[in-house]
Each structure stands twice: as C-alpha cells, then as structure tokens.
Design a protein around this ligand. Structure first.
Ligand SMILES: [Zn+2]
Length: 150
C-alpha cells in the first residue's frame, strides 16, 4: 500500500489556496466525501469536470488511496481554515497578486506564488503542519482519556 505523503499533500493544498483556488477542499469534500455528481460540483465552483477529477486524482495519489483521501479532506479543511489566497480574481477575469500587484492569467497563479512568494508558501505549509500536529496530539489525548475511563 502506498504511504501518505503528508508534506506533499499540504504543499499542494497550500499552493492551490494561495494561488486563488480556495474552493478546492469544499469541492473535493462535496465530490469525494459526500458523493455528489461531478457535473453539479464543477458547475458550482465554476471549474470543469476534468479539473475536478484532476484535483481528486492528485489528492487520492498523495493520500495513498481513496478511503484515506476521504478521511484526510476534512482534516485538511480544518488546518487550512485561516489560509487565505494571495492571488485574487479581478472583475475582468484576470488574477492579481495582492503581495506584488502583478496581473496574472489563471494558469500562471500557482507558478507565480511558487517562484515569487516562496517564503509565504513555506510559512503556510509550516503553519498547516503545526496545526496538524496539534490535532494529532489532541486525538492521542482523547484515546488516552477513553481507555483510562473504561
Ligand atoms: Zn506576487
């Protein structure tokens, strides 16, 4: 069985959110976890079915399998709650980087973040990893408490 690549998974999600695709986890939750139709979900988030399936495929690959992906999506949502995009969509359908003012096409936003705002990306990944550790610790406590009271 493939191992879960946590760092790579978090890096992928952080880059998506910073690059302006902050709907990705909501879309994946509806599609993969809640089992809604790809056409419905894609339409709601204004992406193609192909893109949605691509996101799902990446998450499944990085999680190791689909069952784990379904479990990991709510956790990813939790640890990315306060991560906000630095690239935002403008009225004319282009994207603007709020940190340096560069105007970008949608397909270039993630590359821009990766190249020009590496520090922000690293800090975001670090923040998410720390939140994940907190969750792990609190879950361990819960397990200990449960077994102690039995
Ligand atoms: Zn920028």
């Amino acid at each position: 069985m493939r191992q879960m690549d946590t760092k790579s998974l978090i890096n992928y999600i952080a880059l998506k959110i910073l690059g302006g695709s902050d709907y990705i986890l909501d879309a994946l939750e509806e599609y993969l976890v809640n089992g809604e139709g790809p056409a419905t979900v894609a339409y709601k988030y204004n992406i193609s079915k192909h893109q949605l399936r691509g996101y799902a495929q990446r998450i499944i690959e990085k999680s190791g399998n689909e069952i784990r992906a379904k479990k990991v999506i709510p956790i990813l949502k939790q640890i990315s709650q306060d991560v906000k995009p630095i690239v935002k969509r403008t009225e004319v359908g282009l994207y603007t980087c709020e940190l340096c003012g560069t105007t970008l096409a949608k397909e270039d936003t993630e590359e821009h973040v990766r190249r020009n705002h590496k520090d922000v990306l690293s800090a975001t990944v670090k923040h998410m990893m720390e939140k994940l550790e907190e969750i792990k610790k609190s879950q361990q406590k819960t397990v200990i408490l449960t077994s102690a009271s039995e």
